[in-house]
Design a protein around this ligand. Structure first.
Ligand code: SAM
Length: 186
C-alpha cells in the first residue's frame, strides 16, 4: 500500500501525461510521508533514482535518498545538487505551506514554494525535462505561468480525480524543458 492518499494523484498525473516511464532521475519536493516517491520508484525507468526532501522525517524507502531540510534554504539546494549526478528528468513538487486558516495567505505561501521549485528545476532539468507542482486556484500565478511558458514547450493545469473537488488544489504540468542551463555535472 501507499503511505499517502496523494500517491493516487501522482498516479493519475502520470497516466495522463506519461511523466515517469522514461524518468531516470527524479526529484521529489515535499516528499513526506513518501507516497509520491513510492509511485515514482514503481513506475520509473530502469535504474532510476529518486531524491526527496521534506521538513519532516521520512521513513527510508529502498531506492530513494531523502533529506530532512527546508527546501527554500541555500543549504538544501546545495545538498540536493550534491546528490544529483546529472541532469534531472522530473522535478515534482507536492509542497504546501502550513495552513494559517487564511486561504489567500496559504495560497500565496504555496506559490512562493512553487517559485523556488521552479528556480531549482531551471538549474537541474535536462533537455525535455518535466516540472510538476501543486498550486492553488486563485493563487495569482499569472507571472509564474508566463515564465513557465518561456521555458517549457507545454504548460497545463490538471486536477487529478483523486484530488478532492472541494479543494482548490490543482497541478501545474510543464513538459519539454527548452533551455537547460544545467549546473549539475554529468
Ligand atoms: N507527496 C507527498 C506524498 O505523497 O507522501 C505528500 C506531500 S504533503 C501534501 C506536503 C509536504 O510539503 C509536507 O510534508 C510538508 O512538510 C512539505 N513542505 C512544506 N514546505 C516545505 C519546505 N519549505 N521544505 C520542504 N518540505 C516542505
Amino acid at each position: 500500500g501507499y503511505r499517502a492518499r496523494s500517491a493516487y494523484k501522482l498516479t493519475e498525473l502520470d497516466e495522463k501525461f506519461g511523466l515517469l516511464k522514461h524518468a531516470k532521475s527524479v526529484v521529489d519536493l515535499g516528499a513526506a510521508p513518501g507516497g509520491w516517491t513510492q509511485v515514482a520508484l514503481k513506475k520509473k525507468g530502469k535504474k532510476a533514482k529518486v531524491v526527496g526532501i521534506d521538513l519532516l522525517e521520512i521513513v527510508p524507502i529502498e531506492g530513494a535518498t531523502f533529506l530532512q531540510m527546508d527546501f527554500t534554504t541555500d543549504e538544501a539546494e546545495r545538498e540536493l545538487l550534491g546528490l544529483l549526478d546529472g541532469p534531472v528528468d522530473l522535478v515534482m513538487s507536492d509542497m504546501a505551506a502550513a495552513t494559517t486558516g487564511h486561504q489567500q495567505t496559504d495560497h500565496i505561501r504555496t506559490l512562493a514554494l512553487v517559485e523556488v521549485a521552479f528556480d531549482f528545476a531551471k538549474k537541474t532539468l535536462g533537455p525535455n525535462g518535466v516540472f510538476v507542482a501543486k498550486v492553488f486556484r486563485g493563487g495569482a500565478d499569472q507571472e509564474l505561468l508566463k515564465e513557465l511558458k518561456q521555458c517549457f514547450k507545454t504548460v497545463r493545469h490538471y486536477k487529478p480525480p483523486a484530488s478532492r473537488p472541494e479543494s482548490a488544489e490543482t497541478y501545474l504540468v510543464a513538459q519539454g524543458f527548452k533551455s537547460p542551463q544545467n549546473k549539475v555535472e554529468e
